[in-house]
Design a protein. Structure first.
Length: 428
């Protein structure tokens, strides 16, 4: 049974697993039933998928249908051609490879990719999760939460961004997926073919899936060519007459050639990313060279870390019980149901470079306050204190996202001076 539900913020009370549960009286529900992301859950929260399961069904068909055609129309002639049961072995390997590929598909799309649990309220200086972060001077309201923090990773300053949706400072390499509406640790990309985010907990299975798909396509392509060659030799046909005798072989050759071209190229690209310890998001957004990549530890160490290290445990227990105020919960669902897409304006999303629902007037004022606060610090010559999960360094540069937004909000920001030439902008 499929469940897709959205919940309202619950009064905070930290449990052993670090989740927020309600202090007020209400009905006990599962975490997946009040999940605020766009995910779909199956088997009582045991499987978590993206917003749509149709991409998974399409991917399964694209794998299974060619293998069925291969078994029914191509491998039968190969069984007769090869002795010592080699023909049956060729058919069995194709079927086993397809089953293995589908299992990898479900391991990629049906598990938590590394979702960072949300906070139910903005962080405060005394909170444990940001107790090591120093605050920059700012004004009241939401602007009291600095939009960026600088930390040090392997001697290079990395900027982390505050997520207003999840109300937390994203860890390094974490980004907010606008499709699944979650912050994902070591976010690589949202894959439309598996319908799920690719992150720290499922990247290895994703790479195994695309590489095994490439090998399966090469396997079928090779034996379709062998089948045509056998027909040409047995009947002394030229290629065209052999294709007329076994048209399915020709169709599978064309289909698998296209698959190998695209999926094989994707596999090669991710081999490059693994060897350099980069994500797809980082590769296309930052374009830093090897010396400026704080995560590159050498090819061998990168391979060990990404492909052979232990998969971290999920930070979410989707089947855990939480106490929910049904009045607040039902009011939230009613409000979402009444909202019409025509009521929402569109504005430019500074983070993802795409259009989204427009911010309201209060959020616009908060953005003005944040920009004014940063600009004021620079004019005063005051440097905000930056925290480091290793060391403390100062930096007074204007965040590029805020600087780019100043013309849109009609705010002028003075020139900035880079205080640290090795600073790497990792704002999400």
């Amino acid at each position: 049974m499929q469940t897709k539900m959205y919940g309202s913020p619950v009064p905070p009370q930290t449990s052993d697993s670090g989740r927020r549960v309600s202090e007020s009286s209400g009905q006990m529900m599962r975490v997946y039933q009040v999940w605020k992301g766009s995910n779909r859950f199956f088997l009582g929260g045991r499987l978590i998928f993206g917003p749509s399961v149709w991409p998974i069904i399409l991917s399964i068909l694209l794998i299974v249908v060619p293998v069925i055609l291969f078994v029914l129309f191509v491998s039968q002639s190969l069984v007769n051609e090869f002795q010592h049961h080699l023909g049956n072995l060729i058919m069995g390997i194709a079927v086993g490879f397809a089953i293995y590929d589908i299992i990898l598909l479900f391991l990629t799309s049906g598990r938590d990719p590394g979702i960072i649990p949300r906070n139910t309220h903005p962080p405060e200086p005394e909170d444990d999760n940001i107790s090591n972060l120093s605050w920059a001077g700012s004004q009241g309201g939401l602007s009291s939460v600095p939009p960026f923090k600088d930390i040090t990773v392997n001697g290079i300053i990395v900027r982390v961004k505050y997520c207003h949706t999840c109300m937390l400072y994203r860890p390094p390499r974490c980004s907010h997926c606008s499709i699944c509406n979650n912050c994902v640790d070591r976010f690589d990309h949202h894959c439309p073919w598996v319908g799920q985010c690719i992150g720290k907990r499922n990247y290895r299975f994703f790479f195994m899936f695309v590489s095994s798909t490439t090998l399966l396509s090469l396997y079928v392509l090779t034996f379709c060519c062998i089948n045509l060659k056998k027909i040409m030799d047995a009947y002394e046909y030229h290629l065209w007459k052999a294709l007329m005798k076994s048209p399915v072989s020709g169709i599978l050759i064309v289909y698998n050639f296209v698959v190998v071209w695209f999926v094989g190229g994707l596999t090669g690209f991710h081999v490059f990313l693994i060897c350099t310890n980069k994500t797809t998001y980082e590769n296309f957004r930052y374009h830093y060279d090897g010396k400026m990549n704080p995560y590159n530890q050498g090819c061998a160490q990168n391979l060990t870390e990404i492909l052979f290290s232990r998969t971290p445990k999920s930070q979410n227990d989707f089947r855990a019980k939480v106490e929910v105020d049904l009045n607040v919960y039902s009011s939230s669902l009613s409000l979402e149901h009444m909202m019409s897409p025509d009521m929402a304006k569109t504005s430019f999303d500074l983070e993802m470079g795409r259009k989204r629902q427009a911010v309201d007037s209060d959020e616009l004022e908060d953005t003005r306050s944040q920009i004014s606060s940063v600009a004021g610090l620079e004019r005063c010559g005051t440097q905000p204190l930056h925290s480091s999960w290793g060391s403390h360094k100062g930096n007074c540069e204007i965040p590029p996202d805020l600087e780019a937004s100043s013309p849109e909000f009609g705010i002028e920001i003075g020139s900035t001076e880079m205080k640290n030439p090795r600073s790497t902008n990792f704002s999400r």
